[in-house]
Design a protein around this ligand. Structure first.
Ligand code: SF4
Length: 99
């Protein structure tokens, strides 16, 4: 899957850049989604998507920036992919509880 990031606000772009800077600072080579990016954006409708997402979420648990990554995705309502150990479905649940 080719995922093209779009930014609807300057703040979102700035915070995404900050997250990427943190990843670089804290050993990008050890960041799971940098090692296997396809796992983090499984194809919708792929019968394996749930299993792939489960693996990606588990790998996030060893990531140094999991909290920052999850915070970014929740704040900016990321609709695609695994972020900070959450799927879109997980994030929707979090958003619904915040209302
Ligand atoms: S927590 Fe975020 S940066 Fe870390 S592996 Fe997961 S998706 Fe990548």
């Amino acid at each position: 899957m080719v995922y093209r990031k779009t930014f609807d606000t300057y703040e979102r772009l700035r915070e995404w850049q900050h997250l990427n800077d943190l990843i670089e600072e804290r050993a990008a080579g050890q960041i799971p989604c940098r090692q296997a990016p396809d796992l983090y954006f499984p194809e919708l409708g792929d019968g394996m998507a749930a299993s792939i997402a489960k693996m990606a979420k588990k790998a996030c648990l060893s990531c140094d920036v999991i909290n920052e990554c999850r915070t970014y995705a929740i704040k900016h309502k990321e609709e695609y992919g695994i972020w900070g150990g959450t799927t879109y479905t997980d994030r929707k649940e979090i958003w619904s509880k915040k209302k």
